[in-house]
Design a protein around this ligand. Structure first.
Ligand SMILES: [Zn+2]
Length: 195
């Protein structure tokens, strides 16, 4: 009798230990799938155009990923008027090759006044809504210029003439321009920052 009680008590302890172990194991798996090794937690992704991935870290703090490079907003260059152009011979040379020698690219190529934003400048465009309702926010690179593009004016490359004309659509469109600075999430000392 005493032996039988001992066995059942042992069995009960075994069941309790096993169930505890199982609970712990499943909890661990769940935690691993939620908490990843990423630097940024609880990110919200917003994708306005094809060319730029935007990660909203917190209010007023966004990381813009373009061509695999992460950028944050740098110097505020102010409000720019926006227009669109395409690779047709009405809009320009008709070759699809920009003044910098690079081919036009959607959600990437912009023309500017090179005295205001020089060739190669990477910018972040914000609060930029065309008259067609399209949001043009994102990262762009100055690779082109144009006779009609003077002062605070950006001409955004669009893949068709119709889409290009829809940026302004006989009205005026504006956006805020910031210099894009490469985002360096790792704390670095002055000696290992490459200039
Ligand atoms: Zn055109």
């Amino acid at each position: 009798m005493l032996k039988r009680v001992r066995i059942s008590v042992l069995l009960l302890i075994c069941i309790i230990i096993t169930s505890m172990f199982c609970t712990c194991a499943s909890t661990n798996v769940l935690q691993q799938s939620i908490v990843g090794p990423g630097v940024v937690e609880e990110t919200k992704e917003v994708v306005p155009l094809v060319g730029t991935q935007v990660i909203e870290v917190a209010t007023e703090s966004k990381i813009y990923i373009h061509d695999g490079i992460a950028y944050v907003k740098g110097e505020d260059k102010g409000k720019f008027s926006l227009s669109g152009y395409c690779a047709c011979n009405k809009c320009g040379s008709g070759t699809g090759i920009t003044a910098s020698g690079k081919p036009v690219r959607e959600a990437h190529t912009i023309a500017s006044d090179w005295k205001v934003l020089p060739k190669g400048t990477v910018i972040i465009l914000e609060n930029a809504v065309g008259k067609d309702g399209q949001i043009y926010d994102g990262v762009y690179v100055v690779e082109d210029r144009g006779g009609g593009v003077k002062n605070n004016h950006l001409d955004i490359y669009r893949p068709t003439h119709e889409l290009a004309s829809m940026v302004t659509h006989y009205g005026r469109a504006y956006g805020n321009v910031y210099i894009a600075e490469e985002y360096r999430p790792v704390t670095a000392t002055n000696s290992n920052i490459e200039n």
